[in-house]
Design a protein around this ligand. Structure first.
Ligand code: ADP
Length: 457
């Protein structure tokens, strides 16, 4: 401020000195005209600097910063320094905002800020993905107009100052179901924060677990009820004829075998599923030898009720776990024995794949009842049966093909099923071969399957 007064004093003094000198030399007229000229000069200087300032204020770019003389130099310097610090602050804010945006995008949940007018103020890409919104176009849109979910509207319109949650079901653009958990958090007086979590996988897992427990309970309850019934009868009627008692004991034994088989299959399935996440030691396995053993066991179980056609390529090796490969292939073979009626044909073949010599194919073809096309995609699901009664009667647990699929996948292989109702089925297991230089003799220590009883007598 003092600089400004000094500046005014200087102008006044210089104008007066010029005017007085002119007056002394030429009288009043000279005094007045030089006073006017001096004032005009200062006025022009002011206007010129003011015009510069106005021009710069309209487009305050630092590189076009105005230059001035005297007090104007001071004014421009102050303004430029302020502009510089504003620019730095803006840059810092920009960096902080970009950082915040990056953080918001890396949050594993969707975040959406809703204004008090119900309009979307801000959302991260996950919120847009969860709620099928467009992160750019749907900003400022009314939430009620872009999402038709009554539960969500109720959650948003509630005035509660507590954290509230709601579950909604959506459909993804690909037509898949999506379950979301939406949390409403008090945020500001003028805004509401919505957090969305995708809980589809957890919900599906929960549903699978519940269905699995229900299935296992159901599978165990049936034989237990039968055993209980016979035990009660035997306890109540102690004078039953010996032959009938023996018959009841035989039936109870059959049911207990079924429960035993179910537990064995459940343990195998659980082990196979755990192997997917734990490290297992894979060893070379002579698949041809394993299939020879399987053929012998199948013929034994069939008890000459079927005709067998066998075609096995010798010395085919794979790398893996003999026990699991045995589980996979034996389920296919024993299913053929179980479901093919007497005098039917069962053809077992082991060959390199014609179009992929590095792969081996084990095929089980039967002339059994065949399977209708609508069942084929579900056969490898746990407890899926085409005819539950028939499967149980045959001693099936409904887990055999699920085990086969898992065990083959464990070995990088796959299972394919072809079937024609009334004609028969072809189950093909494809596994990559082991082409190691030195083949280590590996005896596969699998438990004999002779105890698999064919119960349809
Ligand atoms: P299960 O223990 O009931 O045999 P699986 O998982 O092994 O269970 O098989 C699932 C269903 O597939 C069986 O219940 C049966 O309906 C059908 N299936 C399996 N193999 C055959 C086959 N060779 N011929 C006809 N149906 C079969």
């Amino acid at each position: 401020m003092t600089e400004l007064y000094r500046h005014y004093a200087l102008i006044l003094a210089s104008v007066m000195v010029i005017a007085v000198l002119a007056g002394l030399m030429g009288g009043w007229l000279w005094f007045t005209s030089s006073l006017c000229l001096a004032l005009l000069y200062w006025l022009v200087v002011y206007w010129w600097h003011l015009a510069k300032l106005m021009r710069w204020l309209e487009r305050p770019k630092l590189r076009n910063a105005p230059q001035g003389l005297g007090i104007w130099h001071t004014i421009f310097s102050v303004l430029i320094a302020q502009a510089r610090s504003r620019k730095k602050r803006k840059q810092k804010l920009g960096v902080a905002l970009a950082r915040f945006n990056r953080i918001a995008e890396t949050i594993p949940d969707g975040v959406l800020v809703l204004g008090s007018d119900g309009r979307i103020q801000w959302l991260n890409h996950l919120a847009a993905e969860h709620l099928n919104l467009d992160p750019v176009h749907d900003r400022n849109a009314l939430l009620s107009e872009v999402i038709d979910q009554h539960a969500l509207q109720q959650l948003v319109s509630s005035n509660s100052s507590e954290i509230n949650t709601v579950q909604i079901s959506m459909t993804t653009p690909q037509g898949l179901p999506r379950v979301l958990n939406i949390i409403r958090t008090p945020f500001e007086a003028q805004a509401t924060l919505l957090i969305s979590e995708d809980i589809t996988a957890a919900e599906q897992l929960n549903a699978t677990r519940t269905a699995f427990v229900a299935n296992v309970s159901h599978e165990l309850r049936t034989p237990l009820t039968v055993i209980n019934g016979f035990l009660e009868t035997l306890a109540e009627f102690t004078d039953l004829p010996k032959a009938q008692q023996q018959e009841f004991i035989g039936l109870m034994h059959k049911e207990s075998q079924r429960m035993n088989q179910l537990l064995t299959d459940l343990l195998t399935l659980s082990r196979l599923e755990n192997q997917a996440v734990t490290k297992v030691i894979r060893k070379p396995v002579n698949l041809s030898e394993l299939v020879y053993q399987l053929v012998a066991e199948a013929e034994n179980v069939s008890k000459q009720r079927h005709h067998f056609k066998i075609d096995i390529e010798p010395d085919v090796w794979i790398k893996g776990m003999a026990e699991d490969v045995y589980s996979a292939l034996s389920n296919l073979v024993f299913n053929a024995v179980r479901y093919t009626p007497e005098e039917g044909w069962i053809c077992l073949s082991l060959h390199s794949k014609p179009d992929q010599p590095d792969w081996v194919q084990f095929t089980v073809q039967d002339t059994g009842p065949g399977i209708a096309p609508e069942h084929l995609p579900h056969l490898t699901e746990r407890f899926y049966r085409v005819d539950a009664g028939r499967s149980r009667q045959n001693g099936g647990t409904g887990l055999g093909l699920a085990i086969a699929k898992h065990a083959l996948a464990e070995h990088g292989g796959c299972l394919s099923i072809e079937s024609q109702l009334g004609k028969g089925s072809i189950f093909t297991a494809s596994i990559p071969k082991w082409l190691g230089e030195s083949v280590i003799e590996e005896t596969f220590s699998v438990k004999s399957h002779n105890d698999i009883a064919v119960l349809d007598k």
